[in-house]
Design a protein around this ligand. Structure first.
Ligand SMILES: *[C@@H]1O[C@H](CO)[C@@H](O)[C@H](O)[C@H]1NC(C)=O
Ligand SMILES: *[C@@H]1O[C@H](CO)[C@@H](O)[C@H](O)[C@H]1NC(C)=O
Ligand SMILES: *[C@@H]1O[C@H](CO)[C@@H](O)[C@H](O)[C@H]1NC(C)=O
Ligand SMILES: *[C@@H]1O[C@H](CO)[C@@H](O)[C@H](O)[C@H]1NC(C)=O
Ligand SMILES: [Fe+2]
Length: 470
């Protein structure tokens, strides 16, 4: 309880109460947290909000964001938008304390969506970076220059610690801003964000008002310019609107957000893999074909044998639509992909799967449901120590609000579920242990409402479910 700092007596009582309630329910296995949120509408921040302010200066670069640019973590894709003219495509960058400034050239492009025309969207990949190094970079060269910095990850290896933030379904509501603030103010500092899809929710506006893609880019810049966000495509990235003459799925997303898909042999930007420190991260596309013989299927089949657990002990998968979900909302939407890929996940001992889509939080037991073959009728999830833990972290806070309806009784595969906004942190310590914590926005920055010590499935595959502790 020493971690409840500056959040007042009220939260202290609330947290104490929650601990007691959890304690009682613990004896029965699954937990449906009875934490009671304030029930207020989730509303988008108005256009004139501080977080949407355009940076000062002529044609100043805005919506600056970075992501990993290769498989190994030695390249970074820098992206930004200039509103009036293309301006320079150059990124100036240098190692901290080095006087040797380097340059890389990118490209810029605009796109149209119905009656909207975008600014000049720049993407520039900077390569051959040193591992574990702080770099400064400047965009807007020759006009309004803006300077940022980032750290490259340590060289891939089994025992390099690395901490990932987890955010999903963020949107641009007042709650989204609280989620991002809590992620930033967490005493456990995330070094990169694994983003599980549904970015701006611009598609909820008339004609998919793409100005809301711009406001979102400006809102998240305070994080995305300084640490890579690893992108997963969600259903709100589709922007498929034949009624507006817009029939090319993912058009705004593809123009604005890059992924290093070619480096991992993927033919499409929506599924790919990267290594980062001790982790091998596979990003899957819930809204691209994944059945047998499809490009995604063939790619994934060849991907698993590439994972070397001696080099990257932690195997993490990101997707948008969860396979194991016990909320009413989006119930079973992940089922068709689960049927195709779950046997591979178990065989290859995936450590953890993060998904979004459901606007709530849920953590599963280690379960699998792969025995069924139509004639045998064996179709219930069973505990399986080779299976991943499935975590739904679609609780970023977008304007659609929280998923509050639950399937009852809580299925055995569901270990903990709660409808509150928040984020999570996955902190890898070494090849055997990773600490995971989910944080709800109502608590003080240091409070973790659901925690688990992960035991690596390859190096230390003993039962790690919190309910089997003690
Ligand atoms: C850069 O210089 C600062 C201040 O002199 C120092 O604290 C820091 O350790 C240096 N960083 C590197 C990478 O040399
Ligand atoms: C968003 O959060 C930041 C950081 O806490 C704060 O400075 C800003 O005023 C907030 N903006 C809105 C519109 O809530
Ligand atoms: C796996 O990685 C380790 C450490 O880098 C290396 O020694 C080993 O040869 C690799 N194994 C395979 C099959 O490539
Ligand atoms: C790995 O990290 C865990 C948690 O910090 C620690 O208990 C364990 O001793 C570490 N293992 C090794 C081999 O250092
Ligand atoms: Fe979604």
């Amino acid at each position: 309880m020493g971690c409840v700092r500056g959040s007042g007596l009220f939260s202290l009582v609330l947290v104490l109460g929650l601990v007691l309630i959890n304690w009682v329910i613990f004896c029965n296995g699954s937990i449906t947290s009875s934490f009671v949120r304030k029930l207020e509408k989730t509303i988008d921040m108005p256009l004139e909000s501080d977080v949407f302010r355009v940076p000062p200066g002529y044609n100043a670069p805005q919506q600056v964001h970075i992501t990993q640019g290769d498989v190994e973590g030695k390249a970074v894709i820098v992206s930004w938008v200039t509103p009036k003219t293309p301006g320079s495509n150059t990124v100036l960058y240098w190692e901290e304390n080095s006087s040797k400034k380097l340059k890389a050239q990118g490209k810029s492009k605009t796109y149209k969506f119905y009656d909207y025309t975008s600014g000049y969207i720049h993407h520039c990949t900077i390569r051959n970076l040193e591992h574990d190094t702080k770099y400064y970079y400047v965009v807007g060269v020759g006009q309004t220059e803006r300077k940022f910095w980032f750290f490259t990850p340590p060289e891939t290896g089994p025992d390099v610690p690395y901490t990932f933030g987890l955010i999903g379904d963020l949107g641009q509501s007042f709650d989204s801003n609280i989620t991002l603030t809590h992620y930033e103010k967490s005493p456990i500092k995330g070094q990169a964000v694994l983003f599980v899809g549904d970015l701006s929710y611009a598609d909820q506006y008339p004609n998919h008002d793409n100005n809301r893609w711009d406001t979102w880019g400006r809102f998240v810049e305070r994080s995305t310019a300084y640490q890579p966000w690893i992108w997963t495509a969600g259903n709100h990235e589709l922007d498929f609107a034949p009624e507006l003459g817009e029939t090319r799925p993912f058009k705004p997303f593809m123009h604005r957000y890059r992924t290093p898909y070619r480096a991992s042999g993927s033919p499409e930007p929506f599924w790919y893999s990267i290594k980062r420190g001790p982790a091998y991260i596979i990003v899957l596309a819930s809204y691209s074909a994944y059945g047998k013989y499809t490009p995604q299927f063939k790619w994934l089949e060849k991907e698993f044998p590439k994972v070397n657990r001696t080099e990257t002990p932690w195997l993490i998968v990101l997707m948008h639509a969860p396979w194991y979900n016990s909320f009413d909302y989006h119930y079973m939407e992940g089922e068709t992909m689960r049927v195709m890929y779950e046997p591979w996940f178990v065989k290859n001992k995936v450590d953890v799967v993060f998904a979004g889509h459901v606007h709530a939080y849920e953590r599963s037991e280690r379960v699998s449901n792969i025995a069924y073959n139509i004639v045998n009728g064996i179709c219930s999830p069973v505990k399986d120590q080779s299976a991943p833990v499935y975590i739904t972290i679609g609780d970023g806070g977008n304007l659609e609000g929280l998923a509050t309806k639950l399937t009852e009784p809580q299925p055995k595969y569901s270990a903990f579920r709660e409808s509150s906004f928040g984020h999570a942190i996955f902190s890898i310590k070494n090849r055997t242990h990773a600490h995971y914590g989910w944080h709800r926005n109502q608590d003080g920055y240091a409070v973790e409402a659901d925690t688990m010590w992960f035991n690596n499935r390859f190096w230390h595959p003993v039962d790690d479910s919190p309910s089997s502790d003690s």
